[in-house]
Design a protein around this ligand. Structure first.
Ligand SMILES: *[C@@H]1O[C@H](CO)[C@@H](O)[C@H](O)[C@H]1NC(C)=O
Ligand SMILES: *[C@@H]1O[C@H](CO)[C@@H](O)[C@H](O)[C@H]1NC(C)=O
Length: 497
């Protein structure tokens, strides 16, 4: 009772404050799109009608304009302004924007969540240990993809209908990824695989609290959104307990091996061994292992559900296009025959039709806006002369960039799965018009792993199954305001032979 009246009181107080203090932008800033209702501003248009609303703003105001949503001014960037942001990425802070959506710094209490310093280490880990070791890990990845598929889809001689296929695919992908994260011994336990699989979903639950309180004030929203944490709720605690239980025996065993064998110790190709190699790894120190497990959680967070989301969206895209599937099947059979079912990284690269299809799927991810950042230095000035002040939130109009006619031609908005075949334009290639993985020097270093993994999953899948949408038509994605997630509609799976 008391909590609620306190919230109400602060609400009234803040409303009064805000009425007095209407948002203003300086003269040399991108224009603030006019609005009629105070406080609410563009919130409804942005949340319920983003596609049309942002498009109209863009037509009227160009590459950079500001809107007033959830009680804050947010600057929306497109085309040239986006490229300029990525070229000057050090002037922008994306960690703050991530923490605002998912307070990793409150969940990962031993490594502080994402930090600038930690991020350099995590990027290096993704580049060298994930993408870099894929060659040696290929047999493990393929073995567990097949085991996962057997377990989750199995025999579909009688067609199987699955709603919300993302979760099923996520459980399949979690198996190979957990194996290369912590090694086969620990990953043999179902509980850790399940836990890694749902970690990102569990942390994301808070996201679902729509930022209604932001109407009033960002601070009030933060207060409400973090109430569960204040009362001691931390979704990571449960996952940490499982990870500790399964990883400690393996680490202790490896420490004994290291001691006994010395230089003859044969490294394991997993992330766990990599963390044990770090100069700051000291198992005997209290909470030292907790710190490394938090780092591991960031990799789990960044790798599993993003990959499974891409794979899921690709399945929904395939499901209503049988001609496409037959062409992909032809390519898959050819590569599979040459290798007797054991593909190398080079073979994955060779599947150019599949690559083009995955890229087109990513291009059609249907997010209207994405990649929020905050302006770091005193202010940032674009070459056009427009300035945005320190602390301003920016977001890219990603749909406009990915559907640009200038870069993709007149048919840019069409779904053409083989548009990138023979274009020397692999799904991992970061370009000004392809910002799925961000841009510039800081583009997502895990993208090589993610694309390889997605392609391998689809490859094994196509060889074994056929998939259709239950409705027979292309399903729309599941929308939350300007963002899109895989459809939750039914897919029907059937054995190919
Ligand atoms: C797969 O990963 C390797 C190694 O990181 C990379 O060189 C290659 O481009 C990736 N292949 C694809 C199709 O992304
Ligand atoms: C779409 O937006 C969601 C929500 O911000 C984000 O998690 C996701 O990464 C975006 N998808 C792509 C493909 O950029």
């Amino acid at each position: 009772m008391f909590e609620i009246s306190l919230v109400q009181l602060s609400a009234i107080f803040l409303i009064i404050l805000l009425i007095i203090k209407r948002p203003r932008v300086a003269e040399n800033e991108p224009p603030l799109v006019p609005y009629t209702i105070p406080i609410i501003g563009h919130t409804f248009s942005y949340f319920f009608n983003a596609k049309k609303f942002i498009k109209e703003c863009r037509e009227e105001y160009g590459d950079a304009f500001s809107i007033y949503v959830f009680g804050n001014i947010m600057t929306v960037l497109s085309n040239e302004a986006v490229s300029e942001m990525f070229r000057n990425h050090d002037d922008f802070d994306f960690i703050k924007a991530i923490h605002e959506d998912i307070p990793l710094h409150k969940f990962l209490i031993y490594n502080g969540g994402m930090t600038e310093e930690g991020n350099i280490f995590n990027a290096k880990t993704a580049r060298e240990q994930f993408s870099g070791k894929l060659d040696i890990n290929m047999p493990v990845v393929q073995k567990y993809l097949e085991i996962g598929m057997n377990k989750m889809l199995g025999d579909c001689s009688v067609p199987k209908t699955i709603y919300n296929a993302w979760f099923t695919i996520n459980e399949i992908i979690a198996l190979p990824v957990t194996n290369i994260l912590v090694g086969e011994e620990a990953a043999a336990h179902d509980d850790i695989v399940k836990s890694f699989g749902i970690l990102a979903f569990d942390m994301g639950h808070l996201l679902v609290i729509p930022p209604i309180f932001c109407f009033i004030h960002q601070k009030l929203h933060d207060f409400v959104a973090t109430l569960p944490i204040r009362f001691g709720y931390n979704p990571v605690r449960y996952h940490r307990r499982i990870a500790m239980k399964r990883l400690r025996p393996v680490v202790e065993k490896r420490l004994r091996e290291r001691k006994k064998l010395g230089d003859n110790y044969k490294s394991y190709n997993d992330l766990l061994d990599f963390y044990m190699d770090q100069p700051n790894f000291d198992y005997s120190k209290p909470y030292n292992f907790h710190y490394h497990v938090d780092n591991l959680f960031i990799m789990v967070f960044a790798s599993i559900h993003t990959t499974s989301r891409t794979a899921a969206v690709a399945l929904y895209d395939m499901a209503a296009r049988p001609e496409l599937v037959e062409e992909l099947y032809e390519e898959a059979v050819k590569v599979d025959k040459e290798r007797n079912g054991q593909l190398t990284v080079a073979d994955v690269k060779k599947m150019i039709k599949l690559d083009s299809f995955v890229k087109e799927t990513l291009r059609h991810n249907d997010n209207i806006t994405a990649l929020p950042h905050y302006v770091k230095p005193e202010s940032f000035t674009f070459s056009s002369g427009l300035t945005i002040p320190k602390g301003r939130k920016i977001i890219t109009y990603i749909e406009d960039v990915l559907m640009s006619k200038e870069n993709y031609g007149e048919d840019a908005e069409e779904f053409k799965p083989f548009r990138f075949v023979d274009q020397d334009s692999p799904a991992t290639k970061v370009e000004r018009s392809y910002i799925i993985f961000g841009g510039g020097r800081h583009a997502c270093p895990g993208r090589f792993f993610a694309i390889n993994e997605t392609k391998l999953f689809l490859h094994k899948f196509i060889l074994r199954y056929k998939v259709t949408t239950q409705s027979g038509k292309v399903e729309d994605k599941f929308r939350i305001g300007p963002f899109a997630l895989p459809s939750r509609k039914a897919l029907v799976f059937e054995n190919r032979v």
